[in-house]
Design a protein around this ligand. Sequence first.
Ligand SMILES: NC(=O)C1=CN([C@@H]2O[C@H](COP(=O)(O)OP(=O)(O)OC[C@H]3O[C@@H](n4cnc5c(N)ncnc54)[C@H](OP(=O)(O)O)[C@@H]3O)[C@@H](O)[C@H]2O)C=CC1
Ligand SMILES: O=C(O)[C@@H]1CCC=N1
Length: 254
Amino acid sequence: MQTITFIGNGNMAKSIAQGLKGKYNIEVVGRNMERLDAFEAALGKKVEKFPLDDFDITDKTILLCVKPGNLESVAKQLKGKAKLLLSVLAGVPVEKLKKKIKSKAVVRAMPNLAASAGASMTTLTGDAEHREEAEVLMRSAGSVLWLESEKEIDIATALAGSGPAYLALIAEALADGAVNQGLKREDAMLVMRGLFAGFGKLIQEMHPALLKDSVMSPGGTTAAGYSTLEKGRVRASCMEAVEKAYKKAVDLSS
Ligand SMILES: NC(=O)C1=CN([C@@H]2O[C@H](COP(=O)(O)OP(=O)(O)OC[C@H]3O[C@@H](n4cnc5c(N)ncnc54)[C@H](OP(=O)(O)O)[C@@H]3O)[C@@H](O)[C@H]2O)C=CC1
Ligand SMILES: O=C(O)[C@@H]1CCC=N1
């Protein structure tokens, strides 16, 4: 079994490791032993744990899962030259990663939190010779799409990387709306979760506009709710959210 070395033990490392654990040996590198133990406990599987300081990455396949702002200090603590560096850092370009961490090849990956459920939408770009290897690896955590440029992965970051947080806002707000009208909280949560489960399937097969047309009766309940969302500029806000998130990814590149 191939070994994957996680550097960082936070939310994204844990989520991706959940998907990978049956197919790869996992080792994890971090600055705090208690948090490395918590990573292992969350995974429910024995993993090799190493302190970050002076860690040798020679010939390893690295999955870098720290925050963009930590790249500099983390890189200084590593020695050797990796076989493949896969980075999930939002906005940080291949060129910068190559300058900071020695590796024969670099691929950027942008997963999302659904990796923990094996349902990430992960975009990838970088050294094309490692495309297949990176796709196979990240497919263990969900769907993958190789993109031809770093601009595109920064845009996809704003859509699918950040997307679970946008949808969580909508999910919570809709459930709150139902509670506001008198539905019990636990019932509102169950109904909201059922809604998202069914919608997740439908949207795979239907264009969003046709889906909406199929629900909305003339002068009916959906039309009443939908026009309120339009008045609240939800459509424009979603487009602006993607624009701002993309621009933030570009900011993180320097
Ligand atoms: N969360 C998400 O949904 C997504 C995140 N990403 C990307 O994943 C990366 C990690 O994010 P996420 O997992 O959410 O963040 P977390 O805060 O959960 O984890 C960050 C990790 O970095 C470590 N770390 C922080 N500072 C330092 C430092 N100075 N030196 C060494 N290690 C450090 C932390 O160690 P310790 O535990 O010891 O504090 C922790 O293991 C980011 O680059 C983000 O862009 C990409 C897609 C989605
Ligand atoms: O918010 C962030 O910066 C990261 C990148 C994508 C999702 N979370």
